[in-house]
Design a protein around this ligand. Sequence first.
Ligand code: AMP
Ligand code: TRP
Length: 345
Amino acid sequence: MAHRPLVFSGVQPTGNLHLGNYLGAIMRWVALQERYDCIYCVVDLHAITVWQEPQELVKSTREVAAALIAVGIDPRKNIIFNQSQVPQHAELAWVFNCIARMGWLNRMTQFKEKAGKDRENASVGLFAYPTLMAADILVYRATHVPVGEDQKQHLELSRDIAQKFNNDYAESIAGNGHGTEYFPLPEPLIEGSATRVMSLRDGTKKMSKSDPSEYSRINLTDDADTIAQKLRKAKTDPEPLPSAVEGLKGRPEAENLVDIYAALSGSTKEAVLREHGGAQFSAFKPALADLAVSRLSPIAGEMRRLLADPAEIDRVLADGTARAAAMAEQTMDDVRDIVGLLRKR
Ligand code: AMP
Ligand code: TRP
């Protein structure tokens, strides 16, 4: 059965958005609105799988919503909202907790990384994180999910959950008039430059909000001087840039900066090296800083403007919530019928 093309993606309101979030995810979300109906969600329920200061969480939720609008996502054409406002996400996640197997979740590398050595002390929510993510996507029966490379495994799990639901309830799905499959198998959209932006301090680690060093990442709200300084101090090697991509092998820091340049300029690593091959980092870093500032400072400015009026952001979220909830409740009605839970009356 053909499912209507629909894009869904989410971002956690945990601290500042950084260049990895921008290049790996939300910059792409902007382009997708031309071709698809899109739903973009600030996933506050995912955020609390690890401890969040309540006041900070509220602030971050509005900040991330502002960032989505500031980068150019049109909240009238698309849906922007925060996850906890639409309880159907949590409701479907429970059904999916009963579909997914312990063994599937045990294989998730993000859980292993985030739980670290002390797994016994990780929250149950952190373990079940991927089933909630599957519910986020499938409660809208979304078909395409633009994310960074790090989310690929979670997307595969979402497909496995959709598939097992469709199989386990095949008879009931058909009996309720939904054909042969109820949920689509959502596809990841991970392509082009900078699907995995690395730390500026260590080219083998991904750029992350949880890195203790501020110099490891560029935040969307950093000012021009901070951006230039972080790039000046970025770890590199003593060689000049190569003139072809093969020359980046074994030079993760150099490769990362070239990749960032390519993504920010809407070009490719090949093209960047054609132009900058042979350059020393003392010349390339300032060029990259200029480019980054020219792309990021308008976003930071627009975010500041939006955050000056939090009530307006709340209105955007409330409008998104109403439209999202209407779609999500329709799915939950179907799911209740399919699973054998009494319908709401
Ligand atoms: P998070 O803030 O962890 O919720 O991530 C939001 C989005 O940013 C997801 O699509 C991630 O895959 C993406 N993302 C996070 N870190 C990076 C990175 N270092 N490089 C590329 N994409 C990233
Ligand atoms: N797990 C994602 C991340 O950390 C965020 C997320 C939650 C998400 N639900 C989603 C992304 C649904 C895509 C679709 O980056």
